[in-house]
Design a protein around this ligand. Structure first.
Ligand code: GSN
Length: 221
């Protein structure tokens, strides 16, 4: 039997969380090697296992993969979450890149200085409510299907679902103006692999609090 993928990252969401989600919905069990200190990260760098001296790094199928998007592309393609043809893949990529733009804002927010955090949060909220979620609502309305692309569950659904959960952590009523996204969230929540990952005790990570953010700054800066 193939070895379980091993994820090298800190014990928080960051760029690894979408990778954790993708593996979980693909039904792939994985191990985590947690980076707890500057020394742990330095050791990985010295061992020459980080191609560009950065994490996320995922050991999978005999490779030591880095670069979040490359890792996600590989897992999505391997587990048939990446559309049936080039055109479906093009739409999946557009939707996923949008969620990655949002994700970048979510994951960097805890590291913003206290005096600008509220302003950044308000800007993020504005972007979600006026730029991203209305478009996803329109996509679902346009084709009337259960999933974003090709009437089939794909990585685009996983990534949008993850963004919705993070947006709801900011404001639990954020979906009130988006009934189709609300129904989409319920539908995706009820998929067995998603349901399992949402349960307490899974490898899903909590939001990054101020204490964790301060520790991470020490490790990575
Ligand atoms: O998407 C990617 O994996 C890369 N384009 C960026 C990864 C990255 O910036 N990694 C940082 C940790 S913060 N986020 O995940 C990193 O490994 N910094 C250590 C260093 O020495 O640069």
């Amino acid at each position: 039997m193939a070895e379980k993928p091993k994820l090298h990252y800190f014990s928080g969401r960051g760029r690894m969380e979408t990778i954790r989600w993708m593996l979980a919905v693909a039904g792939v069990e994985f191990e985590e090697q947690t980076i707890k200190s500057k020394e742990d990260l330095a050791k990985l760098k010295q061992d020459g296992v980080l191609l560009f001296q950065q994490v996320p790094m995922v050991e999978i199928d005999g490779m030591k993969m880095v670069q979040t998007r490359a890792i996600l592309n590989y897992i999505a393609a391997k587990y048939n979450l990446y559309g049936k043809d080039l055109k479906e893949r093009a739409f999946i990529d557009m939707y996923c890149e949008a969620t990655m733009d949002l994700n970048e804002m979510f994951i960097t927010l805890p590291f913003k200085p206290a005096d600008t955090k509220e302003k950044e949060k308000a800007q993020l909220f504005e972007k979600i409510s006026t730029r991203y979620f209305p478009r996803f609502e329109t996509v679902l309305k346009g084709h009337g299907q259960d999933y974003l692309v090709g009437n089939k569950f794909s990585r685009a659904d996983v990534q949008l679902f993850e963004s919705i959960l993070m947006a709801e952590e900011m404001d639990e009523n954020i979906l009130s103006k988006f009934p189709l996204l609300k129904a989409f969230k319920t539908r995706i929540s009820n998929l067995p692999s998603v349901k399992k990952f949402l349960q307490p005790g899974s490898k899903r990570k909590p939001p990054t609090d101020d204490k964790t953010a301060a520790e991470l700054i020490k490790t990575f800066m």
